[in-house]
Write a protein of this length. Sequence first.
Length: 167
Amino acid sequence: MAILRVNGDPVASDDLYSLSQLPDDRYTIWQSCIVNGVRFRCKERDDKFKTQCSGVCTGDDNGDTIYYGVLLEILELDFILGRKVFMFRCKWYNTDPKGRTMVVNYKLTSVDTSSQWYTEDPFILATQARQVFYLDDKALGKNWMVVQKVNHRCIYDIPEHDANVDA
């Protein structure tokens, strides 16, 4: 990337160049943040409120696997040229479709919160997170939670159309 930048290649934008370099060794930890108009809070802080803002999910709704978890830490990484990247460190619940830790009944998804997944790879980009809420699942028992996805008011997921791409 550095060679492309020196040669003046337009592919080597400031954003790509910054990300191709390592972030600063120092980083900032936040307890809450707003991403795409939605407030997220770390679980430890969230437990002090009546509202719930620490539930997260990521993955493709139409794909084989969607990942559910809770937000543990928000990291702000600083790169050169003033670029910043926000990462979420999460506790992921095991949602392996081959296992017995996720149940879908009547369009309601329940996850076993005692079974964790991806403990060695807990990070996602903050922009990849969608907020979810967890409710106790009285039918399945103590460690089971029903997952409720929410479409927030005045926030719309509108696909972008690239005018440069021929239809």
